[in-house]
Design a protein around this ligand. Structure first.
Ligand code: NAD
Length: 513
């Protein structure tokens, strides 16, 4: 994933946010019934309950999905267990599984518009990004792991005993895939595609805020040839269903992406049950801009890093650290340019900043900005809600003069908010960058190649970008250190995490015996 070059931020712009009045407020919702996908069929939820899907662009309900109960979770886990134990998926040659995943990738590309509109409607994601980033990158994951699946194998080992010794690379069993609201399709595919490639079966619990793409994927994966029970979806109240899923005895592994607070709860529960858990948690990345950077390019990267996905990006760059000689210049450019980034309806192809995904998220961002001002911060631009169609919009906001211990510096804001601090030395920049509990991503903007490598090595983060932001690919692992968790998604590393090795040692008897 690279924030598309087709959509650079024009640092020359000096206008207020332009809100498009031309497009429809939202798309027609996909035709999803309020049912659960369990064992390869749509089922009514046990209690018959439903819940609304809210369009963040209008605040109105646009669809209803099933509100599952813990009984439904147990049914889904049991279906996944049966499919794993008795079905063909775990046993079929990896090359056959590969073909299914490659077909899924092709179908996602064919159905790009349907998936992109659902994602845009659900999250408030600008449609251009849903089309160019979310769906293609999710399809890439199926393609990448489809391609990798046949290469998953064990090894023979030379042992000093009369035995033939080898390892087998086996799936773990039933994987609980628990995904967050901000990139529903990508962050569920980054679990489901490698889990399936390795021969596991899956119960997916999407965020209750953004369940639509998971339901569309149910039929898409069936059409690609995924056997019944191998992929199951339960929608409904997040904490109750998520907890039941983690605890379910049929679940062998938990792949979780979400906040650090919920990640701790999930890790504690899984730990007690001795279930492996991949934890992809919150972030609060620093972006270090050295005075020797190419300023035009660097400021473009800085703006993209905090406005992309309306700042609801675990690997966003909400903390800008600027070397003092260029501090005033950079703040001046930001003051002029940020207000000109097109903010508007997600359905407008020109929109770069859409609404936040929920009213609660918008209110939280506003509270964090108020707190920053109370802590001595000065809002250079933004700092207010935007009224449009009753949606959950917030102006892109830049705050300067904040102390290191301000909440907006220490904690994840998860909205289009940038804090800017000055530094004098490389050591100070590294200390500030590493100075929060998080460690998911970091950035270095510099033209000094030696400094780039030196600083990248010192940053406490799972991924470091030099001269850019959010350069991501299915082949490159990402994940956190410290409070950002310990999982790795993407790359062969993620595939390996959905497998376990088994040693087989065959006694050869005595020579001549
Ligand atoms: P969240 O923690 O509120 O929810 C994540 C998922 O966990 C949802 O599906 C939710 O329903 C479920 N859940 C809630 N309580 C649970 C429980 N007790 N047991 C099991 N599951 C439970 O996160 P969110 O608000 O959906 O997403 C935003 C957060 O996710 C941010 O902190 C962001 O940084 C993080 N995130 C991290 C990454 C990463 O790769 N590290 C990627 C995207 C988002």
């Amino acid at each position: 994933m690279v924030i598309p070059a087709a959509r650079p931020v024009d640092t020359e712009l000096n206008e207020e946010n332009t809100m498009s009045q031309t497009a429809e407020a939202s798309f027609a919702p996909p035709e999803v019934a309020p049912r659960l996908w369990i064992g390869g069929a749509w089922r009514d939820p046990e209690g018959g309950a439903t819940m609304d899907v809210i369009d963040p662009a209008t605040g109105r309900a646009v669809a209803q999905v099933a509100a599952a109960s813990t009984g439904d979770v147990a049914a889904a886990a049991a279906a996944a267990r049966t499919a794993f134990r008795d079905g063909e998926w775990a046993r079929m040659p990896a090359r056959e599984r590969s073909r299914v995943l490659l077909r899924a990738a092709a179908l996602m590309r064919e159905r790009v518009e349907e998936l992109a509109q659902a994602e845009s409607l659900d999250v408030g994601k600008p449609i251009a990004f849903a089309r160019m980033i979310d769906v293609p990158n999710a399809a890439d994951l199926y393609e990448y792991y489809g391609t990798l699946a046949p290469h998953l194998d064990g090894a023979t080992r030379d042992v000093p005993i009369p035995a033939f010794a080898y390892t087998r690379c086996e799936p773990r069993g039933v994987v609980a895939a628990i995904s967050p609201f901000n990139f529903p399709l990508i962050l569920s595919s980054s679990k489901i595609a490698p889990a399936l490639a390795a021969g596991n079966t899956v119960v997916h619990k999407p965020s209750p805020l953004t369940p639509l793409s998971a339901l569309l994927m149910a039929e898409l994966l069936r059409d690609a040839g995924v056997p019944d029970g191998v992929y199951n979806v339960v929608t409904g109240p997040g904490a109750e269903l998520g907890d039941a899923l983690v605890r379910d005895p049929a679940v062998d592994m938990v792949a979780f992406t979400g906040s650090t607070a919920v990640g701790r709860v999930v890790a504690r529960t899984a730990g007690e049950l001795l279930k492996p858990v991949a934890a992809e948690l919150g972030g609060n990345a620093a972006n270090i801009l050295f005075a020797d950077a190419d300023l035009d390019q660097a400021v473009g990267a800085v703006i993209n890093a905090f406005v992309f996905n309306t700042g609801q990006f675990c690997m966003a760059g909400p903390r800008l650290l600027v070397e003092r000689p260029v501090y005033d210049t950079v703040v001046g450019i930001l003051e002029q340019a940020v207000g000109g980034v097109p903010l508007g309806r997600p359905s407008d192809p020109g929109t770069v900043i859409g609404p936040l995904a929920s009213a609660a998220q918008r209110d939280r961002v506003d509270e964090m900005v108020r707190d920053a001002v109370a802590s001595g911060g000065r809002v250079v631009t933004g700092g207010e809600r935007i009224e449009l169609d009753g949606g959950f919009y917030y102006a892109p906001t830049v705050i300067v003069d904040l102390p290191d211990d301000a909440l907006a510096v220490r904690e994840e804001v998860f909205g289009p908010v940038l804090t800017v601090q000055a530094f004098d030395t490389e050591d100070e920049a590294v200390a500030l960058a590493n100075g929060t509990a998080y460690g998911l991503a970091a950035g270095v903007q510099t033209t000094d190649i030696s400094r780039a490598h030196r600083v990248a090595a010192r940053l406490e983060a799972g991924i470091v970008w030099v001269n850019g932001w959010a350069m991501l690919d299915a082949a490159m692992p990402f994940g956190g250190v410290k409070d950002s968790g310990w999982g790795r998604e993407n790359g062969p590393e993620a595939l390996a995490s959905f497998t376990r090795s088994k040693s087989v040692i065959i006694g050869l008897g005595q020579p001549g015996g």
